[in-house]
Ligand binder design. Structure first.
Ligand code: ATP
Length: 374
């Protein structure tokens, strides 16, 4: 049987990067699709030998495959993450934050948030300015383009996963900047009438996420708010180092052009090469990648199998378990294969019945305001 094939740029990393790469390959083999990894070596030795030219290779490959999985890299002369973000114009970050079984937390509730953060503008590019000795001003920038991109991504995600969107800002106080944000988000939301959209004041949202986390699913926010909310949510979930995120770049029509997925943790040099690395975060990053290429069912299977096994106590040592990187990977891969075998694969192997997209993504081609991009 011909399996659908997907090409994925794989950015090789330092420390535990090689072990994580082997783990993801093993996991990918359990899927009823062929994932063809196109490696680009971002290890320190390669970066030193090739200089900035290695990023030309990385950018060319990602532009070609449109999706990439990145392993952690040591920051040396430059930060590979910063270089890639700049070179690929990755302007939106999607960071799911949920309580992960086995990860200790002070929070006793279940949390499952998708934070979609506009990662440009705000006050981050502003050098600020003193006014005399005793005052200072800063400039906060909000632009229609990135808000539109992030909003389209958030509402498309909501449509595909049957979730709700909450936008949160201080539009009653920051009338110009946050008012523009809410206006653009509303305009985009109007194109998705079936997606419930609620608006919260950002300070109220923080309290409500703590009091009633089940009320919130996808939360769309400007840069600073996304920064604050991500850290608060990760603190609640206790999963600062175990999450994953998507870094998204868009074309002129606000359609996702490239998506780079990575784990939140670093290179963990202290345990490198010891078969101790926990591959959960890279599995969750890979699960997001599967969603993005339209393999929603496979993405769900990878995420749910991983979390269910953690819940059952199948854990690596960092989470108090006995498993090694390899044994944990094998259990997850076998469980994913078992679950997928028990479920007939829909037409063309996809969770929906649309033809596979070529360059644009599942979420994007689902926007009714645009023709499907195949
Ligand atoms: P870097 O400089 O790349 O950020 P770091 O060691 O300073 O590396 P992390 O890599 O995030 O920061 O590691 C922090 C601690 O968490 C280390 O003790 C590391 O061994 C542990 N750790 C990080 N990632 C994992 C993982 N995937 N599995 C098991 N332990 C991990």
């Amino acid at each position: 049987m011909n399996r659908p094939t997907y090409r994925v740029t794989e950015l090789l990393g330092d420390g535990i990067g090689d072990e994580l790469s082997r783990a993801v390959h093993r996991l990918a083999e359990s899927l009823p699709v062929l994932v063809e990894f196109v490696p680009v070596d971002l290890r320190v030795a390669s970066r030193r030998a090739r200089g900035m030219a290695i990023y030309d290779d990385a950018v060319a490959s990602i532009n070609e495959t449109t999706v990439a999985l990145k392993h952690p890299t040591a920051t040396t002369e430059e930060s590979p993450n910063a270089v890639l973000r700049r070179r690929l114009n990755l302007s939106v970050i999607h960071r799911p934050v949920y309580t992960i079984p086995g990860v200790p937390t002070n929070f006793r509730r279940e949390l499952d948030l998708d934070i979609v953060r506009i990662a440009t503008g705000g006050t981050y590019d502003d050098p600020g300015r003193m006014i005399g000795e005793d005052g200072a001003v800063s400039l906060r920038i909000v632009e229609r383009g990135p808000v539109r991109e992030a909003a389209r991504y958030a509402f498309n995600l909501a449509r595909k996963t049957n979730k709700t969107v909450t936008t949160a800002s201080k539009y009653t106080i920051q009338k110009a900047t946050d008012g523009l944000f809410e206006k653009v988000a509303n305009e985009v939301g109007d194109q998705f009438p079936e997606v419930p959209h609620t608006i919260e004041l950002f300070d109220a949202l923080l309290g409500k996420v703590i009091m009633s986390p089940q009320k919130f699913q996808i939360v769309l926010v400007l840069n600073e708010y996304g920064d604050f909310l991500s850290d608060m949510a990760c603190g609640l979930a206790g999963s600062l180092g175990i999450g994953a995120s998507a870094n998204l770049g868009f074309d002129a029509g606000a359609v996702v052009r490239v998506a780079l997925f990575d784990a939140a943790h670093g290179t963990a040099p202290d345990i490198a090469g010891k078969n101790l690395a926990n591959p959960t975060a890279i599995f969750l990053a890979f699960s997001m990648l599967l969603y993005q290429i339209g393999e929603i069912g496979l993405g769900q299977a990878v995420k749910n199998a991983t979390l269910d096994l953690l819940r059952e106590g199948v854990r690596t040592r960092d989470l108090g378990g006995e498993e090694s990187t390899e044994s944990f990977t094998k259990v997850v891969a076998d469980e994913v294969a078992r679950r997928l075998a028990a479920r007939p694969r829909p037409h063309s192997g996809r969770a929906d019945a649309e033809p596979p997209p070529s360059r644009a993504t599942e979420f994007e081609s689902a926007d009714p305001s645009r023709p499907p991009t195949t």
